[in-house]
Ligand binder design. Structure first.
Ligand code: ADP
Ligand code: MG
Length: 841
């Protein structure tokens, strides 16, 4: 490339650019634009779809400064990091070119702008530190709220599980770890998070991390946070917090503590299971299907919405904690009027967590203060409503909710009712709050009166009735006289500008008045800004209390939301036990139950335990409802352990340590050409991790390969689960391999079920009822007819089927006949030991 001679501005640009990481897009403020140059211009013009130009050989492009927030979401979501360089001195006072500095770097994990963040989802930046033996420390930070949690996991599979649960937007790791992962090609979860960032290894060194965290939190020891023995987690925390503050270029005082948690306190859900159960996302991204969270979410605050999500993605494992949640939901559900009242109050509470976050990083405006104050004002009413409840968890949360009379009074007396978004244009502070401000405002108001008086005087003096005193940014105040009256203009008028129809003048007297008016206005605005900063500092001193209060309100919001869902959908309180039995009377699939319009959802019973009913094998025709049923059982267990009531008439849920789901390749449409290999890897994962306490959902496994391979594998898997001590998980197995029903003959814990079907002459009706015994017909042709296959094809298929069934194998017909005949013979074996599901108890 030809050597380009650098202007002073370009030199400054290069300096700033060399101070930000190479992969970061630099937006350089020049006048009213953010400009990009060189490679950044090429990249930026593509990313933002804006025109690329060239000046003196330098590629460049730019966006108007006020539309920055329109462009940022798209860029950041695509995983690009952006550095914003602003002018850091007043251009009027600058000697030479204005000084510019990077004032913040925005990465997917460090966003705080409310225009980019989704209110219903936390935005996590995750630090990972690796130890020996595949151990990892995880530190999970939401800068927008100050939430900071750390934990340790014992292998990379657990790391995957945590990362997918957190759905991290960005991960920060030591350089050495990234190199190691890249070399061994074993980076966790491809495509997740959106970006990986690195820091030099020393940032994650334990001693450095401890020192840094102690200094940031202003404490002498981290033991108070429960960090003892969690060295890897602390290392991760040090690294991630360093990265966050570096990028924000701000002190972020709201991140002033952290919490530890242990993954063993929760039910484990691997990424595939979260996906298959469609908890927060549907399997097919473009489908109209809905998710569990959409059905259940009746929260009224953004904090509550985020917490519900967290609860559903991380159900509890501890019996007492589950029961505490359920008891609270029960209490709230019991009195619908009070419940509605509480929810109405919650509806007035805004995103306290993010407001206090913005105040701390300096990006809050006066409207945030009004929102804060309005939210805090509704708290006393909320506390009174909550006082009447006895449930332990409700009382605990209620005591954590604090009152903020000083703060609401301060904001109420200081900030005007409808302040503007900008902080520098005045209009923020109320009259009567500050005497100096009131004086300046008066001067400015009087000044305007003087201008009006001056205009009247000049009209009088010149005899020009249409003479006007006007204002613009370039000249300040000026006198405008139309062309037709120019002759009457006095000697002392100084001409400033000639327009088509008029001329503009100033006079010394006008300029004198102007300096008083404008001076007062500017001073008033500057003072307002100062006063706002002082009030902001005041608010920041309440950060901890507000954070705790917001967290408690979120808890109340989720519990009341669960109570409302329980009322709306007619759910019951599950009975939680330790005894490995899951028995559900008339259970319904929560999502289909809530969304089915034309038909009624048919409820089904479930009995599964660690003894005679360990494995349910469910056979039945396509479209009969097998997949729906087995997912329903998993969802009801998950809901129960979340603390939610469930769609059933009665239910006993023995706590489960983990839910596994495996969906056979052909059913797993989301993966497109999903391979048999993936299916087998996931099956292997289940077999090596399932315990007696686990719940396993297997939907058509073995489908991805030839019939006999698939059948043999499915058979062996079921047998393995049944016969392996300590990993004999409760299993629901939906399959179209009728042969599998024979397992019940040799394995004591296997029970056969099928989906009831009734034939009316030529018509077949799926009754959607799960009944004991093996299915005896596949009704494939019926389903084909439903799907609209031409009558001639259906007719011919029936003929072939008849022939096959009568063993009349003829030329050109499938050789599978022998196989089918065998199957049909075997199906006639009935198992006498089936439990009677429909007599309850
Ligand atoms: P299978 O796995 O046996 O092929 P699915 O579980 O996919 O069948 O169910 C097919 C369709 O049947 C579902 O999309 C749903 O519309 C309907 N369905 C399933 N179970 C029920 C039920 N219990 N009540 C009403 N409709 C149901
Ligand atoms: Mg199915």
């Amino acid at each position: 490339m030809a050597e380009i001679k650098l202007t002073p501005m370009m030199r400054q640009y290069k300096d700033v650019k060399s101070g930000v990481p190479a992969d970061t897009l630099l937006l350089f403020r020049m006048g009213d634009f953010y400009e990009m140059f060189f490679e950044d211009a090429l990249r930026g013009s593509r990313l933002m779809d804006i025109t690329l130009t060239k000046r003196q050989g330098v590629p460049m492009c730019g966006i108007p400064h006020h539309s920055l927030n329109n462009y940022l979401p798209k860029i950041v979501e695509s995983g690009v990091k952006v550095a914003i360089a602003n002018q850091v001195e007043d251009p009027k006072l600058a000697k030479g070119i204005v000084k510019r500095e990077v004032t913040r770097i925005i990465t997917p994990g460090t966003v705080i702008d409310s225009s980019i963040l989704s209110p219903s989802q936390s935005n996590y930046l995750v630090g990972i530190a690796a130890g020996k033996k595949d151990h990892f420390g995880i530190a999970c930070l939401d800068i927008s709220t100050g939430e900071f949690q750390i934990t340790e996991v014992e292998n990379s599979e657990e790391l995957d599980n945590e990362l997918s649960r957190i759905s991290a937007k960005e991960c920060v790791i030591p350089e050495a770890l990234l190199k190691n992962w890249d070399e061994n090609k074993n980076k966790p979860l491809p495509g997740m998070p959106i970006v990986w960032s690195t820091l030099e290894d020393w940032n994650f060194a334990y001693d450095a991390a401890v020192d840094y965290l102690k200094e940031r939190f202003g404490v002498a020891s981290l033991d108070g946070f429960g960090c003892r023995g969690l060295n890897l987690a602390v290392s991760a925390a040090g690294g991630v917090l360093y990265y966050a503050t570096e990028n924000l270029r701000h002190k972020a005082g709201h991140i002033n503590s952290l919490k530890t948690y242990c993954t063993k306190e929760y039910m484990v859900l691997d990424p595939a299971t979260r996906r298959n159960l469609e908890i927060t996302e549907t399997v097919r991204s473009n489908s109209t299907d809905t998710t569990l969270i959409k059905v259940l979410d009746k929260t009224r605050t953004p904090m509550g919405g985020r917490l519900l999500r967290e609860w559903l993605l991380r159900p509890l494992y501890n019996k007492e904690s589950i029961i505490q949640r359920l008891d609270s939901v029960d209490d709230f559900k019991y009195e619908p009027l009070t419940l509605a009242e509480i929810q109405e109050v919650l509806g007035c509470v805004r995103d306290l967590e993010r407001i206090i976050g913005r105040l701390n990083v300096g990006s809050a405006n006066a409207r945030d203060l009004i929102a804060l104050s309005n939210s805090l004002e509704s708290i006393p009413g909320l506390k009174i409503l909550l006082d009447s409840y006895k449930a332990v968890l409700i009382s605990q949360l209620n005591t954590k909710i604090e009152l903020f009379p000083d703060l609401t009074t301060l904001i109420g007396t200081a900030i005007s009712d409808e302040p503007p978004v900008t902080l520098t244009d005045g209009g923020i502070i109320r009259d009567g709050y500050n005497a100096a401000l009131d004086e300046l405002r008066q001067a400015s108001r009087e000044g305007k009166k003087w201008i009006a008086e001056l205009q009247a005087k000049e009209q009088e003096r010149t005899g020009i009735r249409s003479l006007k005193i006007r204002y613009n940014k370039v000249f300040g105040y000026y006198i405008e006289v139309t062309k037709s009256n120019l002759e009457q203009v006095p000697e002392d008028y100084i001409r400033k500008q000639t327009l088509v129809n008029a001329e503009r003048f100033i006079t010394p007297e006008l300029k004198e008045v102007e300096s008083k008016v404008l001076g007062a206005d500017d001073k008033a605005k500057a003072l307002e800004y100062e006063l706002f900063q002082v009030i902001r500092e005041k608010c920041i001193t309440f950060t901890d209390k507000i954070k705790d209060t917001a967290a408690a309100i979120a808890g109340i919001d989720v519990l009341t939301s669960l109570a409302e869902a329980a009322r709306v959908y007619n759910y019951v309180k599950p009975h939680i036990t330790d005894d490995d039995v899951i028995s559900i009377k008339c259970g319904r699939h929560p999502v289909l139950d809530a969304t089915m319009k034309d038909e009624r959802f048919v409820p089904n019973d479930t009995l599964i335990d660690s003894d005679d009913n360990k494995i349910m094998i469910i056979t039945g025709p396509n479209m009969a409802g097998k997949s729906t049923f087995i997912r329903q059982v998993a969802l009801l267990v998950l809901m129960a352990q979340t603390g939610s009531f469930i769609p059933a008439e009665e239910a006993k849920i023995g706590i489960v340590d983990r839910i596994f789901t495996r969906v056979g390749a052909a059913d797993d449409l989301a993966r497109g050409q999903s391979t048999f290999m993936v299916e087998m890897v996931e099956t292997a994962n289940i077999l090596s991790h399932a315990t007696d306490k686990s719940l396993v959902i297997l939907d058509e496994i073995g489908r991805g390969t030839s019939t006999f391979d698939g059948l043999s594998i499915a058979w062996a898997v079921a047998e393995y689960i049944h016969n392996t001590p300590n990993s004999c998980a409760k299993t629901l197995f939906a399959t179209h391999y009728h042969e599998l029903t024979e397992l019940a003959l040799t394995c004591k814990g296997v029970k056969n079920y099928n989906v009831a079907v009734r034939e009316y002459g030529d018509k077949v009706v799926f009754l959607r009822q799960i009944i004991p015994g093996a299915a005896d017909k596949s009704y494939g042709i019926y389903v084909a007819k439903l799907a609209g296959l031409p009558d001639r094809v259906i007719g011919r298929a029936k003929e072939i089927l008849d022939n096959l069934e009568n063993n009349a194998v003829s030329e050109g017909q499938p050789k599978l006949a022998e196989h089918h005949r065998r199957v049909r013979k075997k199906k006639q074996i009935k198992d006498p030991k089936q439990p009677d599901l429909f007599s309850w108890q």
